[in-house]
Design a protein around this ligand. Structure first.
Ligand SMILES: [Zn+2]
Length: 304
């Protein structure tokens, strides 16, 4: 009787959140949010700051974002300089819990004279397998009670990612090596290029902020001619203007829209990381098959 009473009092005194509430996790953008959701499953309550089709490079934090971080148990970021706005956001939220960098074990590619880190590491599935391990460990540290579940979820997801990786390699291999080149708006596919052997040219650089100059555009157009590239793509987070201009100037083949830094909404073709990669690869392969030398009018056979 006394023992039962003590137990009841203990339950009353214990913070109810430890029993009832799920782990509150904030992920910075939609691609990362999907990966976190695959590992966390039903055991977490996930808030994603930068949603579908939105550009995290130019994101401006909202009052809701400040509130979500203020209430979080765990914050997960991409890292590699992607979320330049995160430091200020965390400071204004008063959050003092763990901030986990999903890409912490990834070997970064560096760009430009200042060797800036290229943040778009999720465009390689190998890197996302790495992210998955970091996320599993972070959830495990923050919520030991569900360790087994996080481990199991991560294993299941990594199995799917390995299948995706093999599929991508087969798809790219179906395009003759000399034709594996593509134009996109901003430089989000350098990891994809490095891991799967595709050349990407992008007039708007890695931050998607600068508008390319007329000279940059002319340079890209001359590269397209020299390298016989006809495949050009819109991106869901970029202005279509640049690609439309290239299409007008060069008569290139528009291969549709690539999902670079954000997923599509649930009803679109790329609502998860895996579906995003499948959509992009199918479009890229189709586009690259158009990279055949354009007929040169000066070499047309003369009819006798
Ligand atoms: Zn980007």
């Amino acid at each position: 009787m006394l023992r039962n009473l003590c137990l009841a009092m203990l339950l009353i005194l214990a913070p109810t959140s430890a029993y009832a509430a799920r782990l509150k996790v904030v992920a910075t953008f939609s691609v990362l949010g999907d990966i976190v959701s695959n590992v966390g499953g039903d055991n977490i309550e996930l808030t994603t700051l930068v949603g579908p089709n939105a550009d995290a490079h130019s994101y401006e934090p909202t009052p809701d974002a400040v509130k979500a971080i203020g209430n979080a148990d765990l914050v997960i970021v991409n890292g590699l300089g992607f979320e330049g706005w995160m430091g200020r956001l965390i400071a204004s939220s008063g959050y003092s819990g763990p901030v986990i960098v999903a890409a912490k074990e990834v070997t970064s590619l560096n760009v430009g004279e200042k060797l800036e880190m290229d943040p778009h590491a999720w465009q390689s599935v190998t890197n996302v397998i790495n992210y998955t391990g970091a996320i599993r460990d972070a959830l495990n540290d923050a919520d030991r009670g569900h360790s087994a579940k996080y481990k199991e979820n991560a294993e299941t997801y990594i199995r799917k990612l390995n299948e995706l990786e093999s599929w991508i390699q087969e798809q790219v291999a179906s395009v003759p090596e000399g034709q594996r080149a593509v134009i996109t708006t901003h430089d989000a596919f350098r990891y994809f290029g490095r891991y799967y052997g595709v050349r990407f040219l992008a007039p708007a650089g890695i931050t998607n902020e600068s508008s390319p100059s007329a000279a940059d555009m002319a340079h890209i157009e001359s590269l397209m001619r020299a390298q016989k590239i006809r495949a050009i793509f819109f991106e869901n987070v970029s202005d279509d203007k640049i690609i439309k201009q290239l299409q007008q100037d060069s008569g290139a083949y528009i291969g549709g829209t690539l999902y670079s830094d954000a997923l599509s909404p649930p009803t679109g073709p790329a609502p998860t990381y895996i579906s995003m990669m499948k959509h992009n690869v199918a479009a890229l392969v189709e586009g690259m098959k158009q990279n055949t030398p354009a007929p040169d009018p000066t070499e047309a056979p003369v009819n006798k």
